[in-house]
Design a protein around this ligand. Structure first.
Ligand code: IFM
Length: 442
């Protein structure tokens, strides 16, 4: 276990952990179906053949989970609200109870309004390829804000539209399983539009503390050869610039706006770039990218098809998680200082809304090393002048890791999925370690 104390972060820095509705809630019979229920039913879609119908059964066990949060000593809990549950009778009552339980434990609720579990009924009407979904999203956001806004002050609109576009709509390895390649771009635009409309709906409800959770990471060219540098630049555009620039600058990177649907992209971009109070970044690892090599490759649980204009390569000489993802804490410093340089004062204060790793053990010393390294890397970014206001570990609990099912364990708390009646929670070594870090930061 790492022994050097972690440097002190400023007073008021927000420490938390994150989860999402579909990954932990269970109680699927109490809500409308979502695209993830439909996708999970398809043969071969989920690695271990599982579904999230029960998951961690958080809907019934939330008092125990909130007690874990309280004992951990986090200031905040990032969870997501299930749109299909809100659409169902009594669905919002669950979030009412959760928010009250959190208040009783002294933990600030930070809900995300969309974390990939679109109601199936909306998918049938075209899902995120249909502009109307963005409008429907804003209506749902207004309903949620009206109900919880008296107790919830900090909100996140959407989670990782990049992954939802790439994996869900371009490659089809995630729900809704569409394989549209570059024809998936409208799904990106409509999610971003939904984000902007949600910001307006939250502002109309009087909310003053709003962010987004975008996933970003440094892109490293595999060599200095022009073809590799160009491929890396393209990957950077897809993962980083395509989702950051409309939100932060009110514009798409060159050449992209023309590919987007709609008749008045300028007025859409005004909505998408509604000012935010902070910018949430989910960081896991950098990506090493080279020119295409004419063959499909398997990387981090995803097949990158040969026809894409880049290939993803292993980063040599660094440890990997049990998921095979490279462990590169300094990538977080590089990402944040890079964003600071690229976007200057257009970048609002940053919150790391997710960071974590998948390891199987309960005595998870490698997770401790990962988190220790990344928190220090975050501190170095603050010393270099980046205004960072919070850090959330992904995740509180082991959970349904999408197409990987229960085979990947990101939790600070182990969940025994073998015994589905008990689903026993066991805090891992990393939970105890983080508890000490938080104690020392107070
Ligand atoms: O589990 C996911 C989460 O839902 C979104 N960000 C990445 C995590 C790990 O893959």
């Amino acid at each position: 276990m790492a022994t050097n104390p972690i440097p002190q972060f400023p007073a008021g820095f927000l420490w938390g952990v994150s989860t999402s509705s579909h990954q932990i809630e269970g109680a699927a019979e109490q809500r409308e179906p979502s695209v993830w229920d439909d996708f999970s039913a398809g043969a071969g879609h989920i690695k271990d053949g599982s579904t999230a119908a029960v998951a961690c059964d958080h809907v019934h066990r939330y008092p125990e989970d909130v007690a874990l949060l309280r004992d951990l000593g986090v200031g905040a809990y990032r969870f997501s609200i299930s749109w299909p549950r809100v659409n169902s009778p009594g669905g919002l009552d669950f979030y009412d109870r959760l928010v009250d339980e959190l208040a009783g434990a002294g933990v600030q609720p930070v809900p995300t309004l969309f974390h990939w579990d679109l109601p199936s009924s909306l998918e049938e009407a075209g899902g995120w390829l249909n502009r109307d979904t963005a409008e429907r999203f804003a209506e749902y956001v207004a309903v949620v804000a009206a109900r919880l806004g008296d107790r919830v002050t900090k909100w996140i609109t959407i989670n990782e539209p990049a992954e939802h576009t790439l994996l869900g709509h371009a490659l089809g390895t995630h729900a809704p399983g569409k394989q549209l390649m570059f024809d998936a771009l409208p799904a990106a635009h409509h999610q971003l539009l939904g984000h902007g409309l949600a910001v307006r709906a939250l502002r109309a409800a009087g909310v003053t503390d709003i962010g987004i959770a975008n996933s970003h990471g440094p892109t490293w060219a595999a060599s200095e050869e022009q073809a590799d540098v160009e491929a890396a630049g393209f990957y950077d555009l897809l993962l980083n610039r395509l989702f950051a620039e409309p939100v932060l600058l009110g514009e798409y990177p060159e050449g992209i706006g023309e590919l987007m649907p709609g008749t008045d992209i300028g007025s859409d971009l005004k909505i998408i770039s509604e000012p935010l109070d902070w910018y949430g970044i989910n960081y896991y690892a950098p990506t090493r990218v080279g020119a295409p090599e004419g063959a499909d490759i398997e990387f981090g649980g995803v097949t990158i098809p040969a026809e894409l204009p880049f290939t993803v390569k292993q980063i040599e000489g660094v440890p990997t998680t049990d998921f095979g993802w490279p462990v590169v804490p300094e990538g977080l410093t590089e990402l944040l200082t890079g964003f600071h340089e690229r976007y200057g004062d257009r970048l609002p204060p940053v919150v790391i809304t997710e960071n974590g790793c998948s390891y199987d053990d309960i005595d998870d010393q490698r997770r401790i090393a990962y988190l220790d390294g990344h928190i220090r890397a975050l501190h170095r970014a603050t010393e270099a002048g980046v205004d960072v206001r919070g850090y959330f570990v992904w995740s509180l609990l082991d959970n349904f890791e999408w197409a990987q099912g229960y085979a990947r364990r990101f939790g600070l708390v182990h969940v025994n999925f073998e015994d589905s009646a008990a689903l026993e929670r066991t805090p891992k070594a990393s939970y105890r370690w983080f508890q000490e870090v938080l104690r020392a930061q107070r």
